[in-house]
Design a protein around this ligand. Structure first.
Ligand SMILES: [Zn+2]
Length: 377
């Protein structure tokens, strides 16, 4: 018989759930959760499927297990050693799109929940699941929208474990305790197009913006703090020019992004960028997008439970980290929730030949079950 977490991970990987498609993953998981006594509620927004499932009563703490059923596109399938939606085992690994990010997390969470409720049918508080099919895409109609709906209903979530790939070299060597904020903008600097031989009749927006960009790129935004590295400003795109070598461009268009610590807020960054551009007397427009404020889970019941469970299963003390990109944890944290992320090794996520170590799958379920037991038994 196939080991149960491997079997369920294989079933999920076989479903081609490229964002915002869910390809039946949530219905399959909801069926198992219903059988384990969960009340399952579909919460679709737009084309995005979301699932909110709870078991137990809100007279004690609510522990939510969260994750996404969607996966990133495969890229050219011919580049894969085996077809990305045919789960394939070789060299001790399971290969396929989503085989790490994050179908093992989902499978291990559901199996951990099934085993926990079988052992503790009258558990304390509530065990919940929040699943979305829009984590890898715009993330507008996924966890963000569900959290807003839960907030309106007055639902509390005390603790949340997100099953994203948090480990680096060994399962459990790292857990995420927060994430940096992310904000960016498209900056358009207006000048006046003209003949390169008659610069006095034109106004070169590239020349105008260089000093301002240099200042923003060199600026020390903060010094970071114990939990976060220092904030970084990065220019990601710079476009200007008609393609001709004898024309001064009319506009320069620059995209930039900041990954920022809890020393800053989105509003503070907006103010400082605007002040710098104004100081350089630019004629400009800014189009901002803000994907989320930073969040941090301080030491408390959840971190202690996660640490103890990871230690028990793996023998490792996880490094508490806030590195890397954003995750849906940022939306859940706005409910005042303690959030950690625990999952498999992240080395191959979003890559061709994405994979997970097969022996890590049952151990991951044991880690989750240990966290649930410590908080709700
Ligand atoms: Zn993910």
């Amino acid at each position: 018989m196939t080991e149960p977490v491997l079997a369920l991970t294989r079933e999920l990987v076989a479903r081609a759930s490229v964002t915002p498609e869910d390809a039946g993953c949530q219905a399959m998981l909801a069926q198992r959760l219903s059988a384990a006594g969960f009340v399952c509620e579909d919460m679709p927004f737009g084309a995005v499927k979301n699932l909110w499932a709870t078991r137990g009563a809100a007279d004690g703490p609510t522990l939510c297990l969260a994750g996404h059923t969607d996966v990133v596109p495969t890229g050219p399938e011919s580049a894969w050693t085996s077809p990305p939606f045919e789960p394939t085992e070789r060299d001790g690994h399971l290969f396929g799109r989503g085989a790490a990010d994050m179908k093992p997390g989902l499978a291990a969470m559901v199996i951990a929940a099934e085993r926990f409720v079988a052992e503790h049918p009258q558990h304390n508080g509530r065990l919940a699941f929040l699943l979305t099919s829009d984590e890898e895409g715009p993330a507008e109609h996924g966890t963000r929208a569900v959290v807003e709906a839960l907030r309106e209903r007055g639902e509390a979530i005390d603790y949340c474990v997100v099953g994203e790939c948090s480990s680096v070299e060994q399962l459990g060597d790292r857990m995420m305790i927060g994430r940096r904020g992310s904000i960016g903008a498209q900056l358009t600097v207006h000048g006046k197009q003209g003949h390169v031989a008659y610069p006095h009749l034109a106004d070169n927006p590239v020349h105008r913006v260089l000093a301002a960009l240099d200042e923003l790129a060199r600026k020390q935004w903060d010094a970071g703090n114990t939990d976060f590295p220092q904030t970084s400003f990065q220019i990601t795109n710079f476009n200007a020019g008609t393609g001709a070598s004898n024309v001064i461009p009319g506009d320069a268009v620059i995209d930039f992004n900041l990954r920022y610590s809890t020393e800053l807020t989105g509003d503070l960054i907006r103010e400082q960028v605007t002040a710098t551009l104004d100081k350089h007397k630019l004629n400009y427009a800014l189009d901002w997008w803000h994907s989320g404020e930073p969040f941090l889970t301080p030491p408390g019941a959840l971190r202690a439970a996660a640490r103890a469970s990871i230690g028990e299963v793996t023998g490792l003390q996880p490094d508490p980290s806030t590195a890397g990109g954003t995750s849906d944890g940022r939306f859940i944290a706005t409910l005042g929730t303690e959030v950690v992320e625990i999952g498999p090794i992240n080395a191959t996520i979003h890559q061709v030949d994405e994979c997970v170590r097969i022996t890590d799958l049952p151990r991951l379920a044991n880690i989750y079950q240990g966290v649930i037991t410590r908080l709700l038994a």
